[in-house]
Design a protein around this ligand. Structure first.
Ligand code: ZN
Length: 258
């Protein structure tokens, strides 16, 4: 995040009649405005934070401002853990919360109805002292899919994500770091052997893995049953076919004509 070797704009989802942004970190709005094919921040229906850390929440208030028409219309849904919404150090401002039409605080197993055609089931994670949840999304006509956010690897994940045909996994380090609550590539590959996912994306990759000299860490990730793609900025996954394509960006800093 600090050097923006990879963007921290989060994941834009378009599914079940809703458009949402998950974990809008620093730069989210700039990347959404620059995205090709284009995305419209004012069309957002929900803003979801898996947890409140700054790389996941830096632009959360900004994206809520977009969702609520610059703060002028009460609109949209905020899904965020309690410690992101209240307490000593909450990251979603009261100002933003008052403008959303609905706020949902997840707990383990809670199924949140985003639209009549899209639900998100919260899966409790373990990530330092911050409250963190992954999700399983369900839409009629689409296979279910899940996202695993920042967490220590938990035995419950095998059971909870078992029916997902697609999973996105925050895979931070090549190997397990005992004292850090992040999933490693080694652990993620092991998890996949217990799931039924046809396709997985490993994202939230540390700079060691994304540096040119770290290329080998992101090779041969697929397992016997699961095709694994390492995430890239602008990557697009079709949730019906799991086809991966790559979008682009138009320059978003407009140089004034002289
Ligand atoms: Zn985190």
């Amino acid at each position: 995040m600090i050097r923006q070797q990879r963007c921290t704009g989060g994941i834009w989802i378009c599914c079940g009649g809703a458009k949402g942004i998950i974990d809008p970190g620093p730069g989210s709005l700039a990347h959404v405005c620059a995205a090709v094919p284009s995305l419209s921040p004012e069309e957002l229906d929900f803003v979801l934070l898996t947890h409140k850390h700054i790389d996941h929440s830096g632009d959360a208030n900004v994206m809520i401002e977009c969702m609520t028409g610059g703060g002028f219309k009460k609109n949209g849904l905020i899904i965020a853990p309690s410690d992101a919404l209240s307490g000593d150090d909450h990251v979603i401002m009261r100002y933003s919360q008052e403008r959303a039409a609905r706020i949902e605080r997840p707990h383990n197993g809670k199924i949140i109805k985003i639209t009549p055609n899209l639900t998100a089931e919260a899966v409790l994670h373990l990530h330092g002292t911050s409250e963190c949840y992954g999700y399983i999304f369900r839409t009629p006509g689409l296979p279910e899919w899940g996202m695993i956010s920042d967490s220590r690897m938990l035995p419950s994940f095998t059971e909870r994500y078992r029916n997902c045909s697609f999973v996105s996994v925050n895979t931070t380090f090549p190997d397990r770091k005992k004292r850090l609550d992040h999933i490693s590539v080694a652990e993620a590959k092991e998890l996949l052997t217990g799931l039924n996912a046809k396709h997985a994306v490993f994202t939230h990759l540390c700079s060691t893995m994304t540096a040119p000299e770290g290329k080998h860490f992101l090779e041969n990730l697929s397992t016997e049953n699961t095709h694994v793609t390492p995430a890239e900025d602008g990557m697009i996954v079709d949730l019906a076919t799991y086809e991966v394509s790559y979008g682009g960006e138009k320059p978003y800093i407009q140089t004034p004509a002289r």
